[in-house]
Design a protein around this ligand. Structure first.
Ligand SMILES: Nc1ncnc2c1ncn2[C@@H]1O[C@H](COP(=O)(O)OP(=O)(O)OP(=O)(O)O)[C@@H](O)[C@H]1O
Length: 282
């Protein structure tokens, strides 16, 4: 078996407690996951379960208190982004909110070319790469001379995706990248992620609270509950016939169009909750 591109073993993260002399609060209690080159792992769970913290640890933005993160064979557990030799470029991010993640005073062309020029590309090469990137994410070439505010939410997210793609990463951490978009725009942006993966072979760590979204985009799915991964499997298995009671409840809580089906799920969920009361989900 080939080694995974990203290997996270027994990851623990603790944040400082609030009051003076209060103990650190552990929010990840030993999370293990791996992602192969070109694969999408969906990470799903309710708000506060620890999904974003997993992504931030992989990016080197929070310090693990235990465990090990290996990227392409290199131990990056304690390396801040600037100390990560090759992998600083190799792991990029797309955040949830395209309204705040782009510098409002910079033209799109500069947002996309700046990291390339910093890495030594000539202005001419950077401009050519910007044209390719805009085309890759379905934006017109003249977008380069415009400001973020001239674009819709979906288009801004396309710019954020182009920015992540600029250094030709091997992994993109996608943190709820479609949650701020309306449903039809969500579908288009998800399809764009899939198309980009087919053409570039990039892998995604795709964080979302929405099972339907992770089902659409992921090869495999890991379910996080209160800082632990309680189930990992193929996207199809986890999102249609989950084994873990917490995943079952998450699935039953997902909105469905048919009111009768909605009521059936509500009743099933009540049963599961009654059965789970007094025990843990894992
Ligand atoms: N910088 C921080 N300092 C202290 N506590 C934090 C910090 N970041 C996150 N937490 C806490 O860690 C836990 C997990 O948060 P995290 O943002 O990873 O969850 P999440 O599943 O991504 O939730 P959401 O979907 O709401 O973003 C939460 O209890 C949160 O309050």
């Amino acid at each position: 078996m080939t080694a995974p591109l990203l290997d996270v073993q027994d990851l623990r993260v603790a944040f400082p407690g609030r009051g003076f002399r209060s103990k650190p609060i552990e929010v990840l209690h030993g999370v293990s996951l791996d992602i192969a080159a070109g694969e999408t792992l969906g990470v799903v769970g309710e708000s506060g379960s620890g999904k974003t913290t997993i992504g931030r640890a992989v990016l080197g933005l929070v310090k693990p208190s235990g465990g090990r993160i290996t990227f392409d064979g290199q131990d990056v557990t304690h390396a801040a982004p600037k100390d990560r030799r090759g992998s600083a470029q190799d792991i990029q991010v797309v955040f949830q909110d395209p309204y705040t993640s782009l510098n409002p005073s910079m033209q799109i062309g500069d947002i996309l070319s700046e990291p390339l020029v910093v890495r030594g590309a000539s202005q001419r090469d950077a401009r050519a790469r910007v044209r390719t990137l805009l085309d890759q994410v379905g934006l017109p070439a003249n977008a380069a001379e415009r400001l973020p505010r001239e674009f819709s939410g979906g288009q801004r997210q396309r710019v954020a995706i182009a920015r992540a793609l600029a250094p030709e990463p091997r992994l993109i951490v996608c943190d709820e990248p479609v949650s701020a978009l309306d449903l039809s725009t969500q579908a288009k942006v998800l399809d764009l992620f899939i198309e980009i993966q087919r053409s570039t072979g990039v892998a995604y760590l795709f964080v979302s609270h929405d099972l339907a979204v992770v089902r659409h985009i992921s090869h495999r799915v890991s379910v996080v509950y209160r800082g632990d991964i309680v189930e990992t499997g193929s996207a199809d298995a986890v999102t249609s016939t989950p084994e873990n009671p917490y995943t079952q409840r998450l699935l039953l809580a997902a909105p469905v169009a048919d009111p009768a089906e909605q009521e059936r799920r509500r009743a099933q969920r009540r049963q599961l909750e009654a059965a789970a009361s007094g025990s843990t989900a894992a």
